[in-house]
Design a protein around this ligand. Sequence first.
Ligand code: ATP
Ligand code: MG
Length: 426
Amino acid sequence: MQRTHINQIKEGHTVLVQGWVHSLRGQSKIKFLQLRDITGVVQCISMDQTQFGTFDKLLAESAVSITGLVKKAVVKSDEVTQKNVEIEIQTLEVLNYAEPLPITIAAKDEALTNELSKRLDYRYVDLHRRDTQAIFKIQSTLLEAFREFMITEGATECIFPSIIGASSEGGTELYPVQYFEKTAVLSQSCQLYKQMAACSLEKVFSVFTVWRAEKHNTLRHLNEARQMDFEIAFADDKVAMEVLGRCVQHIVKVIMEKNAADLEVLKTQLVVPTVKYMTFAEVAKLMRQHHVEMGEDDLSGDAEHTLGELFPNTVVFVHDWPLAGKPFYIMPKGKDLSYGYDAIYKGMEICSGGQRIHLPELLIERLKVKGLDPDHFKSYIDSFRYGAPPHAGWGVGVERLTMQILGIKNIREVTLFPRDRDRLTP
Ligand code: ATP
Ligand code: MG
């Protein structure tokens, strides 16, 4: 018999269903087993005494294979997603017995009873939880929607190197890697490579893993994170921001369409965001009015938070960013400003971007101002000597965007196997 997923079973059919024991209860004459697979939960019933020995040895989350007749449900429980039917068990095969669980899976107050760090220690068990599964099903849609959006825009997907020469774009601590007789580093971003690609392929994108060896311990930073990167030629900051605004709107819209059931599991309602543009100076003025401390050439956490409160469900682009607060490759705008920007969504930075410098001499000057050695960036600088057009782009954190869309406070929650200051396993 072929396996049927729980959301596909129909009254009157004899089916083979496979999954995990969500919960078990029983009396002397009848046993109830709630079976869960990735599509839902269904009640299974046995009144066959010869099966009771197997039931008595089973613990929650054991993997089982059941055949039985689908009937109209007699008992209705909140936990099941197949409310109208239940399965009268004919055969019950245990595929693998689960040991007593280190964290709770099916309890109603599961979020309260499990510490996140313990859940992450047992992420492979935590992934049995329907709310954890919902997060990663939504993240999968997010990536799919990003890719689909970019391909519709006519962008080319690129794969960039993760091991790079010891020199990099600066501004963050790096992880050294022994590379034969040389020391290399793990990439902190694909910035320089995506620019080189965009200067001929015109529109490029990538989902790229970045490594940052910063010893921070915050709710919004990982030491290994993923970014969705975009770069476009013959374009300035305004063009790149407009693309990002539509891209985030598209991603949220697709999640609302495709993941309605997962959003219900998470008890989360989404709204497609609007887009707003403000200069850095305008934000500074607004923060003064609200008595919020704000950095000179960067937004403070409080300022980001306040923007989220003042403009809920809005992607706020803060542009005309002070030059001093942006990396060397961002195009200056006059003496003190730049064509760089950040996007703030629900009170947190989700993206940095800007128009880049495509002029080798200006690039060398800016590298020196930032205390970096142009000799370390030779091939990057040289790439602009052969007809490189003006170009712009951005990088959005995959985990950042996931947590902000879903309103989840800790970035580790939306990272399948997070790497932070203290965690290298599992
Ligand atoms: P922040 O100011 O929040 O520390 P950043 O300005 O250092 O971030 P960028 O280099 O601008 O980060 O990276 C682009 C995007 O990648 C960020 O807007 C964010 O969404 C994401 N990102 C950057 N660093 C991290 C990190 N350590 N952990 C998770 N996501 C990150
Ligand atoms: Mg940034």
